[in-house]
Design a protein around this ligand. Structure first.
Ligand code: ADP
Ligand code: NA
Length: 329
């Protein structure tokens, strides 16, 4: 029996949006505040599988640290660290890579999708799911909160844990995915509600960034695509644009879509947008303000990462020591 430990990683790329907040970070803070044993990693090694700008990556790590703290990640309760500062991630990745097959990696849907657009596919893009497995197993994590699109990667981590345990003796718990996003909870693009809100979308008006100013949030929500019907009803299939606004409202307040629809009966969708915009602004304003304060304290942010690194290293070292011993290093 292994103690419950939750591991989650986030890439330090792009601006985080409301979908990331409601679908991931907010849930992390809830786990943390419920007293769970949580390890959060800013997975910068995953951000170089495609060409990147070094200066930007470096800035983004501190920016992500400030954002996570502003969202409520508390370094006294959680371990928060930068992946690349702990070399054991790569060391364990190598060991796991030696028990992974090419076929297994080539069949992963994310790889198929991403590699299709490239003429020369980097090896990193191919093996990053193994690094992800190492990220998880190095902390003997029992639970991994992820989005739907990552479930296959957690299955790979499970397979590798199983294979390692069978070959070398019990070492890793089976990590279980905590899928934090079902289709109805997924926040959609404001411009095309058939797609999810995504930080990789080129159209910044399709997305509500966590650090957007109130006037930007208001403007984007006012321009969100809805339809010709003026009533506010929750019909995700027929009226995805309106349903998306209701989902945002629901996730911000904990109220059910039905409850919301009866509360706002009589408002047309135009007026309803203002209600949702006010709620979003109310939620994000303190986060944006706290971010602005923290980003001016780079020494403090570095200190948080340094302390996180020390705590993460303690757990990782125990595991790596055991692995080395078992494989005969
Ligand atoms: P993106 O797709 O915007 O690049 P990521 O894939 O990096 O975001 O996702 C980071 C986390 O945010 C994941 O846990 C994912 O489930 C969550 N997430 C991303 N987009 C959404 C969304 N539109 N609605 C809800 N959760 C989301
Ligand atoms: Na994604």
């Amino acid at each position: 029996d292994y103690p419950k430990r939750i591991f989650s990683g986030i890439q330090p790329t792009g601006n985080l949006h409301l979908g990331n907040y409601l679908g991931a970070i907010h849930k992390w803070t809830q786990l943390q505040d419920n007293g769970e044993n949580v390890v959060f990693s800013i997975v910068d090694m995953h951000s170089i599988t495609l060409p990147h700008d070094p200066k930007e990556l470096n800035d983004n790590v501190l920016k992500m640290t400030a954002t996570l703290l502003a969202c409520g990640i508390d370094p006294k309760k959680s371990i928060l660290f930068q992946q690349s500062t702990i070399a054991m991630h790569v060391q364990l990745c190598w060991v796991l890579g030696c028990i992974t097959t090419l076929a297994r990696l080539g069949h992963l849907p994310q790889f198929k999708e991403k590699s299709q657009t490239l003429k020369n596919v980097p090896l990193g893009l191919y093996i990053y799911p193994v690094l992800q497995a190492a990220d998880i197993l190095l902390y003997k994590a029992t639970h991994v909160p992820v989005g739907q699109d990552q479930v296959q990667h957690i299955q790979l981590a499970q397979d590798l844990a199983f294979k390692f345990n069978r070959t070398y003796g019990d070492t890793f718990p089976m990590p279980r995915s905590l899928v934090n996003e079902n289709a109805s909870q997924r926040i959609k693009s404001l411009r095309d509600p058939s797609k999810k809100m995504s930080k990789s979308s080129k159209d910044s008006k399709s997305r509500l960034d966590i650090l957007d100013r109130p006037d930007e949030l208001m403007e984007k929500i006012k321009k969100a695509v809805t339809d010709c019907t003026s009533e506010v009803t929750y019909e995700p299939e027929e009226r995805p644009g309106v349903a998306n606004l209701i989902s945002i409202h629901s996730m911000l307040t904990g109220k059910s879509p039905d409850q919301i629809c009866s509360e706002v009966e009589g408002l047309n969708t135009g007026k309803y947008k203002l209600v949702v915009a006010d709620l979003v602004i109310e939620k994000l304003t303190p986060i944006r303000e706290e971010f602005s304060r923290l980003i001016k304290e780079p020494a403090y942010l570095q200190e948080v990462l340094k302390n996180g690194r020390e705590k993460a290293t303690e757990i990782a070292s125990d595991c790596w020591y055991e692995v080395q011993h078992k494989i005969g290093f």
